[in-house]
Design a protein around this ligand. Structure first.
Ligand code: GLP
Length: 260
């Protein structure tokens, strides 16, 4: 696991650069997209590279991590709409190339199995962007999630619903109770994981993710078992890391050519 501690703007450029490299080398690459505020600067940088530097997603595919269950199709906070607004509509993905789990399917269990199949049929995710919840969840794999889980329905914790109420006019009652989410094993199947976190509120989750014991109580800790995981954090999110100085030194002395 590589940990990079830098200002948020620089982290976004690093993540965008990794996606840029991947998609230019393999135009048919599969990118894993995340919602939440953490990846927004990455998406802005990808849009800039698309507009100004010819980065194209025309042959690429993308899969989303998760979706609320039972949210109105036209609700601005429906994750499918958020991804459309923040990235998909701003670059040149082909129609249908960006997919997410169907939280409004009549048969949710079948929709989850179908989603897993689609990811496999696309050849798997090459690079997965991730954020982290204050309770250590990735996608919507809340504490207690099986480390071997696949896409399934989950119940959101009170903490996550409170954290996300800001997207629903601070009205907790409007935040859905359930979601469909890629499981931890689904996420672990991606070839490269790139997680971004900023702000003091994420410091404990980041400490656990990087330095805590692997445990379903802090679901992101499963990333310690991934052969290619990158954790991009700002100073505040890194403030509880025991080995912060070591990660800083490692990044400073990293050979230019190595990339993430
Ligand atoms: C939600 C999403 C996660 C995201 C998390 C953190 O729960 N399902 O994918 O990582 O929020 O969001 P933010 O980046 O806004 O802190």
């Amino acid at each position: 696991m590589e940990v990079v501690i830098a200002p948020a703007d620089q982290l976004a450029v690093l993540a965008a650069e990794a996606i840029d490299k991947l998609v230019r080398a393999t135009p048919t690459a599969v990118v894993g997209l995340a919602t939440g505020s953490s990846p927004l600067k990455v998406y802005d940088e990808l849009v800039r590279r698309h507009t100004e530097e010819g980065l194209s997603f025309a042959q690429a595919k993308a899969f989303m991590l998760d979706e609320y269950v039972g949210i109105a199709e036209d609700h601005p906070e429906r994750y499918r709409n958020v991804i459309e607004k923040e990235i998909a509509s701003r670059v040149d993905f082909a129609p249908g190339a960006v997919q997410g789990p169907d939280g409004n399917a009549e048969d949710l269990v079948a929709a989850c199995a179908d989603y897993e199949r689609k990811i496999v049929d696309a050849g798997g995710v090459d690079l997965q962007i991730l954020g982290i919840g204050t309770d250590g969840h990735i996608a919507f794999n809340e504490p207690g999630s099986s480390l071997a889980s696949r896409t399934r329905i989950k119940t959101l914790t009170a903490q996550t619903r409170e954290d996300n109420a800001r997207f629903f006019g601070d009205d907790l009652a409007q935040v859905p109770q359930h979601c469909l989410t890629q499981g931890l094993a689904t996420i672990m199947s991606a070839k490269h994981l790139v997680l971004l976190a900023s702000g003091k509120g994420k410091a404990e989750a980041v400490h656990q993710l990087v330095e805590g014991p692997v445990s379903a109580m802090w679901p992101a800790t499963i990333m310690q078992m991934h052969p290619h995981a990158t954790v991009l954090v700002d100073d505040a999110a890194a403030s509880r890391l025991q080995l912060g100085d070591y990660y800083r030194q490692t990044f400073l002395s990293k050979p230019e050519w190595q990339g993430l």
